[in-house]
Write a protein that binds this ligand. Structure first.
Ligand code: UDP
Length: 314
């Protein structure tokens, strides 16, 4: 049986990856320090013989007994509110954590895929963003701790590939949504859905003209799976190129709720909030034969059902 270690395995994307690899017949080891992840996301996997959980912070030396075929490094705080609350942990998991996992991959002769991000493009000056763009990042701004940790992560991963001949993959993840996002992680989608479900005003930041491109988590997971198994060694964008302004996005969620009393209020735009973001996915299409399948309205409907239950029990 192929054996895979998934760090951040109790998080939003990590837990969906655990599901995918379990379903594909792998032996899955999820590792998480539960800083932002939750055991609730993976508790359905605990009874399975091909699943185990290690409670560990990958910024410290990582030990896993036995062989490993693959490592997927998805441990990190991942929302602007989280970086503000945990700037040092964010820097450490992207730098020291990545270094530890690259060392583990080298020791086990495993292939490693690291989770990078569209944040490495910063507030982009070209649009849509392709993988050749170097980015426009404020190193000392509030997002710098995440953006620079992820940029370092890409650099050290490429160094292990070229210097040690390690098998590495780098995925640049654009905005993703779906079940198991945290209701209060400060991101637009959980914030808007939570507010709509509680009958509160919808808080759009700035004038809402900034754009994002939202990818349903099942599509993302399929793209990551294909990238891992491909021969492609350079960073690859995975995201949904369907771009929307945040104001339109808020309106879609209001329409979905069916609550005619909901209204949008405008709050200040956070510092360094990117004005536009949309992935160029030409490479993913050509090299992986991948593109997103889930239409946004379908995806947000499915996610809204998840948050309905969450709001009831919160
Ligand atoms: N946003 C908003 N209201 C909120 C939370 C976020 O208008 O309550 C905006 C935020 O300023 C950004 C966009 O929605 O322009 C997406 O934010 P998110 O945190 O989801 O992702 P990121 O900025 O990291 O792409």
């Amino acid at each position: 049986m192929k054996r895979v270690l998934i760090t951040g395995g109790a998080g939003f994307i990590g837990s969906h990856l655990c599901d995918k690899f379990v379903k594909e017949g792998y032996e899955v080891i999820a590792m998480d320090n539960l800083l932002t992840g939750s055991l609730e996301n993976i508790e359905h996997l605990f009874p399975l013989r091909n699943f185990e959980f290690h409670h560990h912070d990958v910024s410290k030396f990582v030990h896993v007994a036995g062989h490993l075929d693959y490592i997927l490094h998805f441990a990190s705080p991942a929302s602007p509110i989280d970086y503000l609350k945990m700037p040092i942990q964010t820097l450490k998991v992207g730098s020291l954590g990545t270094h530890n996992l690259l060392g583990l991959a080298k020791e086990k002769k495993a292939r490693i895929l690291v989770a990078s991000t569209s944040e490495i493009y910063g507030d982009p000056l070209i649009h849509p963003q392709n993988e050749e763009y170097w980015g426009n990042v404020n190193t000392i701004g509030p997002r710098g701790v995440y953006d620079e940790a992820k940029r370092f992560q890409e650099a050290i991963t490429m160094a292990y590939q070229t210097f040690h001949g390690l098998e590495t993959r780098i995925v640049r993840i654009f905005n993703t949504y779906g079940s198991r996002m945290r209701l209060n992680d400060g991101r637009a989608l959980p914030a808007f859905m939570g507010q709509a479900l509680r009958g509160e005003d919808i808080t759009v930041f700035g004038d809402g003209s900034q754009t994002r491109s939202f990818c349903f988590v099942d599509d993302l997971v399929e793209g990551i799976y294909r990238l891992l198994l491909s021969d492609y060694k350079l960073p690859m964008n995975i995201g949904n190129p369907s771009e929307i302004t945040i104001k339109q996005f808020a309106e879609e969620i209001i329409a979905l709720s069916g609550d005619k009393n909901l209204k949008i209020i405008y709050n200040p735009l956070p510092q360094d909030d990117p004005k536009q973001r949309c992935p160029d996915i030409t490479k993913a299409k050509e090299i992986l034969g991948w593109q997103p399948k889930v239409d946004r309205l379908d995806g947000i409907r499915r996610t809204y059902e998840y948050f309905k239950k969450k709001v009831k029990t919160s």
